[in-house]
Design a protein around this ligand. Structure first.
Ligand code: ATP
Ligand code: MG
Length: 264
C-alpha cells in the first residue's frame, strides 16, 4: 500500500537504509493498532546561534492524547513545539541535534532526515496554530480556500464544505457565516485565533500543534475551544502549549514542564 509517508520518503533514502541500517527516516512500519506511540524524542537540543533554547529533551508521547507543554516565558515551549513539524528550519540561525520519530499514518518516521522538498507534506500532516494569529491577506473565506487550493488542490464544492465544517469546528461559523467576504483583518483578536485554528483543521492534519490556543480568548470562548480540543483528540493527536494551570488540569493527558530548555 502506498501511504502518503511513502511519498515523503524518496526511494534513494529508503534503499540507503537497507544498505546501512540506521534508526533514521523510518524505524520500520508499525501498524497504528500495534503501537500507540505518537512520538519518540531523543536527545533533542535546539540552538539559536550557540544558545540552547531546548536542551537534551527526551520524551515519549502517545497517539490520540493531549500533551501539554508548560513552563515560564522563554523556557523553550514554542521552540520545542515547532520541532515537531521542522518549522525551526525556517530560522537561519537555528541548529537542531537529536531525533524526533513521529507516527504518520501508522509509521514511525524520523523527521530529521526528511528533505526540504518533503517538508510541505510533513507540515500538512502536522498542522500548527501559532501563538499569535498569522492571517493571510484577503477575506475570511480566502484564509481557508487559498491553503486548500494551493496545498491540497481542493476547490469548488469540496472546498466550501471544508470551509463550513472547519469554521463550525473552531466555533466561529455563526459569527462569520454572513461576512465570509469581509477582510480577515476586520475580525477581533479571538476571532482571528479561531480562524487560524479553522484554517489548520480544514487541511485535515493528523497531528495538531497548538501554541497557547486560547491566549487571546474570553472565558466563554476559551471553554468552547477547550471542549473542541477534547473532541478533536478522538481523531487527532494534540501537542499544545498552555500557560494556565487550570486549563492544563482540564485538558492534559500528559504534561511536560520546561525550565531553561530542559525538562524538569
Ligand atoms: N528565532 C529565534 N532567534 C533567536 N532566539 C530565539 C528564536 N526563537 C526563540 N528564541 C529564543 O529561544 C528561547 C525560547 O523561546 P520560546 O519562544 O521557545 O519560549 P516560550 O517558552 O515559548 O516562551 P513564551 O511563553 O514567552 O512564548 C528564548 O530565549 C528565545 O529568545
Ligand atoms: Mg511561546
Amino acid at each position: 500500500m502506498q501511504t502518503v509517508i511513502n511519498k515523503l520518503i524518496p526511494s534513494k533514502l529508503s534503499s540507503a537504509n537497507s544498505v546501512k541500517p540506521k534508526k533514521s527516516i523510518i524505524s520500520l512500519a508499525v501498524p497504528r493498532s500495534a503501537s500507540d506511540t505518537l512520538a519518540n524524542v531523543s536527545n533533542l537540543s535546539i540552538y539559536f546561534d550557540e544558545v540552547a533554547a531546548v536542551n537534551n529533551v527526551n520524551l515519549a508521547l502517545k497517539t490520540n492524547q493531549i500533551h501539554v507543554l508548560c513552563g515560564a516565558s522563554g523556557s523553550g515551549k514554542t521552540t520545542l513545539l515547532r520541532a515537531f513539524n521542522r518549522l525551526n528550519d525556517e530560522f537561519d540561525n537555528c541548529h537542531t541535534q537529536g531525533e524526533i520519530a513521529l507516527d504518520i499514518r501508522g509509521e514511525l518516521v524520523s523527521i530529521n532526515d526528511l528533505t526540504a522538498k518533503q517538508l510541505p507534506k510533513l507540515r500538512r500532516r502536522v498542522g500548527m496554530v501559532f501563538q499569535h494569529p498569522m492571517l493571510l491577506p484577503g477575506t475570511i473565506a480566502d484564509n481557508l480556500l487559498l491553503p486548500l487550493n494551493v496545498s491540497c488542490n481542493i476547490k469548488g464544492s469540496e472546498a466550501q464544505q471544508r470551509l463550513e465544517k472547519s469554521l463550525k469546528q473552531a466555533a466561529l461559523w455563526d459569527e462569520v457565516k454572513a461576512r465570509l467576504n469581509a477582510p480577515a483583518a476586520s475580525l477581533s483578536g479571538g476571532q482571528q485565533q479561531r480562524l487560524c485554528l479553522a484554517r489548520t483543521l480544514a487541511l485535515e492534519p493528523e497531528i495538531l500543534l497548538l501554541d497557547e490556543p486560547t491566549a487571546s480568548l474570553d472565558p466563554a470562548t476559551t471553554e468552547e475551544i477547550e471542549q473542541l480540543i477534547l473532541q478533536l483528540k478522538r481523531d487527532y493527536s494534540i501537542i499544545m502549549v498552555s500557560h494556565s494551570k487550570q486549563q492544563t488540569q482540564r485538558l492534559a493527558d500528559s504534561i511536560s514542564y520546561l525550565e531553561h530548555g530542559r525538562l524538569v
